[in-house]
Design a protein around this ligand. Structure first.
Ligand code: NAI
Length: 315
């Protein structure tokens, strides 16, 4: 491992970070990195099963012990971010303990593998509660402090499962929602000195080592398992959480020592020349043109998309 230099490294001295779900897995690696670089960290973790059942103070306390043993500063918080009052209690706890909140890493997650017809209302709600509402309410509770400071860094956690994860429908749905949240809040956040970005991590953790998923430790050789360590994701979170970072509203994929931008693009498409209403047959006839990816647009926001998509109408 390369040596770090406290004078030139990107550090977080004086910064206060909340990392949700930081008792285990990726969140723990993020919390350890931020604390090692000087941040005061609130290690939030309810400590339930990977499906989100039960609770246990052990993981959060254990992560705090590891941070403190390494010379860092951290406190444990076992509030449930799947409930609005838990998110507010977490932020209140942070401000009471450390006086401010600069960084929120919304990482807590559960995974309840099911598709239709088994994926029922409870499956959806429980999944949305932690991933979407947890991110929404925790960020919203921290928001006034960040606006007041004129500074903040928010990281949400999406998933490449959004590309299509048929056997975990609610999870992919929730992760998709977080992309809309991240990109939209980023637009509102910028003028306040707050940046909001999303990470799509890849690492071997509890959810990927049990039951149904295709990626299991039994299918991986030692080199792959080593490359899928959680701490190989955290540097991207650290960068997005840092003052020097000016990226806003982006989605970054990280894992296996690979880092990439994931973007939303639109093809230039087909423009109907007819004055009347386009027909179904016209759509069918121009399908290749509609799908042709050359010259695609990566809009910054709705307005940028609309300006280009409607430009054939003139001003
Ligand atoms: P993990 O199960 O090892 O860690 C998640 C932690 O969140 C657990 O310690 C759990 O107790 C905590 N948690 C769950 N519900 C909570 C709640 N309501 N309140 C407070 N804490 C709660 O899972 P992992 O893999 O570390 O996942 C972290 C995040 O990364 C999740 O959002 C997950 O969806 C996401 N992710 C992970 C991928 C991977 O490759 N491991 C891939 C894509 C996304």
């Amino acid at each position: 491992m390369s040596a770090t230099n406290p004078d030139s490294d990107l550090r977080f001295d004086g910064r206060v970070a909340i990392v949700t779900g930081a008792g285990r897995g990726l969140g723990r690696a993020h919390a350890l990195l931020l604390a090692r670089r000087g941040a005061k960290v609130v290690v939030n973790d309810l400590g339930g099963t990977k499906e989100g059942d039960g609770r246990d103070e052990g993981p959060a306390n254990d992560a705090v012990r590891e941070i403190v043993a390494a010379g860092g500063t951290a406190v444990s918080d076992t509030n449930d971010v799947g409930r609005e009052e838990g998110c507010h209690a977490l932020v209140d706890h942070t401000v009471r303990e450390f006086g401010r909140v600069d960084i929120v890493v919304n990482n807590a997650g559960i995974s309840r593998f099911a598709t239709f017809p088994e994926a029922d209302a409870e499956n959806l709600e429980r999944t949305l509660d932690v991933h979407v509402r947890g991110t929404w309410h925790t960020t919203r509770a921290a928001w006034p402090y960040m606006v007041e400071q004129g500074y903040g860094r928010v990281v949400t956690t999406t998933s490449t499962g959004m590309f299509g994860l048929p056997d975990n429908l609610a999870y992919a749905t929730a992760k998709g929602a977080l992309i809309g949240f991240t990109r939209s809040l980023a637009q509102a956040a910028g003028p306040h000195g707050i940046l909001v970005n999303s990470i799509a991590p890849n690492a071997v953790t509890r959810p990927s080592t049990s039951t149904k998923p295709n990626i299991t430790t039994t299918q991986m050789d030692d080199a792959r398992l080593e490359a899928m360590r959680t701490d190989l994701v955290s540097p991207m979170v650290g960068y997005l959480a840092h003052e020097d970072c000016q990226v806003n509203g982006e989605i970054l994929v990280a894992g296996a020592r690979r880092f990439a931008r994931w973007f939303l693009g639109v093809t230039p498409g087909y423009r109907s020349p007819s004055d009347g209403a386009p027909t179904i047959e016209e759509i069918a006839a121009h399908w290749d043109e509609i799908n042709d990816q050359s010259g695609y647009q990566v809009p910054e926001n709705l307005y940028a998309w609309a300006a280009e998509f409607m430009d054939h109408l003139g001003r």
